[in-house]
Every structure is written in C-alpha cells, then in structure tokens.
Ligand binder design. Structure first.
Ligand code: ZN
Length: 157
C-alpha cells in the first residue's frame, strides 16, 4: 500500500510505500527533506485503535471498580444471611454448667434460684438434657479439697 501525499515544498504529488511512513525522504523533485505522512486509512485506524484501546482501558477500569465493590457487597450479604440463619434457622445446641460454688454469694446459696432462672429463660422445650456433675474444688477458707456438685444443661438457644 502506498501513501499518496504532496511535497510540502514543491507540492509534487508523491507516492511512497506505507512502510516508509514517518521516515524522512528526499523529495525527488525539489530534493527537500520531507517526512512521509502516515497513510490516511492507517492513520484513522491507528487513531481509532488508540481511542479504542484507551476506551477499553477505561471500560476495564470501570469494570474493575464494581468488581472490587462486588465482593464487598457479597460479603455483607453473606454476613446478613448468616445473621438471618442464626435468627430464623434452627437454634444451636449449647451447654451451660452451673457449679454450686459459683452460685454462692457471701454465704448465701443462690444455686437453685440461679438455675431455675436460667431454665425458665431458655424454656422447657429447649432443654435437651440435665446432667448432675460433681467436681473438686479447694475451699479458700479451709484450703481443703471439697467435692461439690454442678448441673450441666444442654439446651437449644
Ligand atoms: Zn518537493
């Protein structure tokens, strides 16, 4: 493909192979040094290509932003879903152990009161099992190892 152009000095119409575009040649008519212009079609193509590339880059950039926002949204949605599952889904099975010594306040035994309050709070339908346990503990006053009792409650909550 040839590039047709006019010498800017002598206006001589010249045809040069497009591969020479951008190169400096000597005008055969006036011997002036002239730069072979880019072929017009290719010029448009090159120009369009540049626009297309930058447009693509912009599009890519525009895509990149939502893609980055996307996972964050998904994460938030997933967290919300998990919260919904906890709120609406089946209750988790939990274990609570009441140790007798933990329920004695300054000489006042609140064990039965506290266990009763807890059982009423979780509700009878959520109680899976009640298991009496015994455990050793060191009595601070006497420094003796005492055996005390506890209650393990497995429940849905
Ligand atoms: Zn010329």
């Amino acid at each position: 493909m040839d590039v047709a152009f006019h010498c800017p000095h002598c206006k001589q119409e010249l045809e040069v192979d497009a591969s020479a575009a951008g190169q400096t040649i000597q005008c055969p008519t006036c011997n002036s040094e002239i730069t072979v212009p880019q072929p017009e079609v290719t010029n448009i193509h090159t120009h369009g290509g540049t626009i297309a590339t930058s447009a693509a880059a912009k599009v890519e950039h525009h895509f990149t932003v939502p893609v980055h926002e996307g996972p964050a949204e998904v994460l938030i949605k997933r967290v919300q879903k998990e919260e919904e599952v906890v709120a609406e889904g089946p209750k988790k099975i939990k274990v609570r152990i009441f140790r007798h010594t933990d329920c004695v306040e300054v000489g006042r035994d609140r064990y039965e009161e506290m266990v009763s309050a807890f059982l009423n709070k979780i509700g009878e339908e959520n109680i899976i099992s009640l298991t009496p346990l015994s455990y050793n503990h060191i009595d601070i006053a006497t420094q003796k190892i005492l055996i005390d009792y506890a209650l393990q409650i497995i429940y849905r909550g």
